[in-house]
Design a protein around this ligand. Structure first.
Ligand code: SAM
Length: 254
């Protein structure tokens, strides 16, 4: 599939998804307002990853592949000047509406991560959740480094494909929330090579080793115990990160 076909299919998929949500918003069935904790706690890696952005007051922040725009709201509430972009016009409209509903400012634009409409050196920090595995990382990496300021950092949370048992489950087992675009694939070390070639420092941290069992367990106490065990295991044996469900990738421009 060519880059263009891939972008068209990604846009169609996500626009359909956004259109499926818009009726509920318009009918007032869903309140677009939310507290930061609702976003920062919706997956175990989000809060720790977001903290890596540091003090956001006065910073120019980019919400990369913003989808519903919750991160854009949290970035703005933390004092950043926010720009959010997504390939899907439907999701950009939702993000815009969410910023407005939460009483914060931000600019939302339809754009392709592989060809960004922003000037060089425009952003101090970049945040992206579940987005890099939708793009070509050689092209997107070149654009990312172009728009980041020296000393800037980008934090991405991405599904990881280093665990063969998990790859098997993702491919063959049914589970809730399995809806995927035809092209997205969890990242592996191979996909990260272009980023490592472009940026002087790329750090990768694993999340949910045993804790990934929460996808089939509905037992919060057990999940918390698994998370605590993960923290100990990953401290004792850092190379286990490669078996985790998700990774947090921190990219430094230097
Ligand atoms: C799994 S969603 C994640 C959205 C959001 N970051 C979140 O946390 O929910 C992936 C998003 O990537 C967007 N996307 C896919 N390919 C893209 C591209 N080439 N450029 C920009 N956004 C893209 C989709 O439209 C979709 O909103």
């Amino acid at each position: 599939m060519s880059g263009r076909d891939r972008r068209d299919s990604e846009q169609l998929f996500h626009d359909r998804q956004a259109a499926g949500r818009v009726h509920a918003f318009r009918a007032g069935q869903v309140d677009l307002r939310f507290a930061d904790a609702a976003y920062l706690g919706h997956e175990t890696w989000i809060g720790p990853a977001f903290a890596k952005l540091g003090d956001l007051r006065g910073k120019a922040a980019l919400d990369y592949g913003c989808g519903h725009g919750m991160a854009a709201v949290v970035l703005a509430r933390a004092g950043a000047r926010v720009t959010a972009f997504d390939l899907s016009p439907g999701y950009v409209a939702e993000a815009q509406e969410r910023l407005r509903a939460n009483g914060v400012a931000g600019t939302c634009v339809v754009a392709d991560g592989e060809k960004l409409p922003f000037p060089d050196l425009a952003f101090d920090v970049v945040w992206g959740n579940a987005i890099l595995h939708h793009v070509d990382l050689a092209r997107a990496g070149r654009e990312l480094v172009r728009v980041m300021r020296p000393g800037g950092l980008a934090v991405f949370c991405e599904p990881w494909g280093g665990n063969p048992a998990l790859s098997f489950a993702r491919r063959y087992l049914p589970y809730p929330g399995k809806d995927r675009t035809p092209d997205e694939l969890p990242l592996t070390r191979r996909e990260l090579r272009p980023l490592r070639a472009i940026f002087p420092r790329v750090e990768v941290e694993g999340h949910q080793l045993l804790g990934m069992a929460r996808r089939v367990l509905a037992r919060p106490r057990l999940c918390r115990a698994l998370d605590a065990t993960d923290a100990r295991l990953l401290r004792a044996c850092p190379s286990l990160w490669n078996w985790c469900r998700y990774v947090v990738i921190v990219v430094h421009k230097g």
